[in-house]
Design a protein around this ligand. Structure first.
Ligand SMILES: Cc1cc2nc3c(=O)[nH]c(=O)nc-3n(C[C@H](O)[C@H](O)[C@H](O)COP(=O)(O)OP(=O)(O)OC[C@H]3O[C@@H](n4cnc5c(N)ncnc54)[C@H](O)[C@@H]3O)c2cc1C
Length: 474
């Protein structure tokens, strides 16, 4: 390995036959001969999986110890359990409790190789993908890249609001909220403090409801003790939803109960309200007075991640990739799409399935079964979604659950929610860590993670490896 002369301020490293430009995240300029090294070509069929979220990771695990060579690629070297990200954002859980190191999962599966790589485009004709590390050929390609935050084309909201799709984004929100009060406590004028103290959340789905409930709980119980000089009656927690209800996928009773719980916690819920613009200080609403806040949390929707190289007629108008009942990308023989990124029309779901973890997991399971059937020359089975129900928690002892045969609310729903999430999280250590944090929070109501650990300035030459760039795909 040798450092080449620095061109301008951007250092380039020569490793084997590749020149890595650490500043250029959008570069596609790889010659197909710069293959990702140390991935041997053997007589096994190579399945390349892009994305180690719920769908991709499940598939890779199901295909471990089979006669396939599986190459799993993800831009992070850990799996993110997104349903609990809001607890990282509100200082209830540490980031490592909801993030699981991918390499550890494959210690005893010699046929699965992992690379931390950003996949940038596909060449379907050559059966090759292009990444920031080099290129890679596949026999079978599985896209499982999930979805990203949808700002519905509003550039200002994109620029100034805080999304929550990744562990880094959740940590950013935690830092942002804590830094607000560290700042506010030094401001003498109450009027000047208000926009720093208010938090506005947009999106009345489970994420928005859970975030609003948790922030209101911090405001009601923790912050007044941490910052006794501040009056938290002046801190507004506002949840904005464009539609006429919260948690639109749940039963009417559960929706009403969730609204009641939020109001009990002091959250101002604004239904039928459209956010028109945000300049980092004022949230402009359609036909309603504006709200001043420097903290706008955006949980209003997702859009499927795109992949250059996929034809326009293989993508639905909402950006999801069109697949048949085997999750095969329409018009292709060797490309499959699973999870949030795909749109599979099935009897009860003519517009595709909801973009939730259960769909991603069940599609991965079905595809794994089919790919294993291929090895035994057995027929494939079509995907059928089994809806296991929905739950949302608003705060301590306040949750709603609509399961296939039973609906319940309150303490029991909260307890079931805790249990289901604890069981779903990967790794015994993570389960234990979460259990201890929850028990501590329940007994003391004092999450001990209110640390403001700010990332240190990172030199441009180190950025590709040390900073998550949320918008590299734009
Ligand atoms: C805050 C939040 C809360 C949620 N709560 C719930 C809930 O309570 N219940 C529920 O069922 N669902 C919930 N969801 C939705 C659920 O998390 C998704 O439906 C699920 O993660 C979809 O799985 P996936 O595998 O399709 O995508 P993901 O889990 O998003 O995984 C995609 C993976 O692809 C990787 N990737 C993307 N692009 C590239 C690239 N170019 N190169 C390399 N890697 C790439 C990403 O790093 C990621 O690891 C929530 C989502 C969020 C954001």
């Amino acid at each position: 390995m040798k450092a080449e002369p620095i061109q301008g301020a951007v250092p380039r490293l020569k490793i084997a036959n590749q020149t890595l430009n650490f500043d250029d995240m959008t570069s596609e300029a790889q010659d197909p001969t710069t293959v990702i090294p140390n991935i041997p070509k053997n007589d096994k069929k190579r399945i390349v999986i892009i994305g180690a979220g719920f769908a991709g990771l499940k598939l890779a695990r199901k295909l471990s110890v089979t006669d396939y060579q599986v190459v799993l690629l993800d831009k992070n070297n850990y799996h993110i359990f997104q349903p609990l990200l809001y607890q990282v954002a509100t200082a209830a859980l540490p980031p490592n409790a909801v993030s699981f190191p991918l390499r550890r999962l494959f210690h005893s599966s010699s046929n699965v190789l992992f690379r931390m790589a950003i996949v940038k485009k596909i060449n379907k004709r050559e059966k090759r993908i292009y990444t920031n590390l080099g290129t890679l050929e596949y026999d079978i390609l599985v896209l499982a890249q999930g979805a990203n935050t949808n700002y519905f084309g509003n550039e200002n909201i994109h620029r100034y609001a805080a999304p929550m799709k990744t562990t880094s984004e959740a940590l950013y929100i935690r830092n942002k909220i804590i830094s607000n009060y560290e700042r506010a406590v030094n401001i003498a004028d109450e009027k000047e403090r208000k926009p720093i103290m208010n938090v506005v959340i947009v999106g009345g789905g489970a994420t928005g409801v859970e975030l609003a409930g948790s922030i209101a709980e911090l405001r009601n119980t923790v912050f007044p003790k941490d910052y006794p000089q501040l009056s938290f009656q002046n801190m507004r927690v506002i949840l904005i939803e464009a539609g006429n209800t919260l948690l639109s996928g749940l039963s009417e009773k559960s929706r009403e109960k969730a609204l009641e719980y939020l109001q009990r916690l002091g959250v101002e819920v604004m239904l039928n309200t459209m956010v028109e613009d945000y300049d980092g200080f004022t949230v402009k609403l359609k036909e309603k007075p504006s709200i001043e806040t420097i903290t706008l949390l955006w949980a209003a929707g997702v859009k499927a991640n795109l992949m250059p190289g996929i034809d326009a007629d293989q993508i639905a108008p909402n950006g999801r990739m069109l697949v048949d009942e085997y999750n095969r990308l329409i018009g292709e023989d060797y490309i499959y799409v699973i999870g949030d990124q795909c749109l599979l029309k099935e009897g009860k779901f003519p517009n595709g399935h909801p973009q939730v973890a259960q769909v991603a997991i069940q599609q991965a399971d079905n595809l794994a079964r089919n790919l294993k059937s291929d090895l035994k020359a057995k027929p494939w089975s079509a995907f059928r979604y089994k809806d296991l129900g929905s739950m949302a928690t608003v705060g301590k002892k306040m949750a709603v659950a609509d399961l296939p045969f039973i609906r319940f609310r309150g303490f029991f729903a909260w307890f079931v929610w805790l249990f289901v999430h604890l069981m779903a999280i990967l790794g015994v250590k993570n389960k234990l860590q979460i259990f201890i944090n929850w028990a501590w929070k329940y007994l003391a109501f004092d999450p001990s993670l209110r640390l403001l650990i700010r990332p240190r300035y990172v030199k441009p030459s180190k950025r590709e490896w040390l900073i998550e760039d949320r918008d590299y795909e734009l």
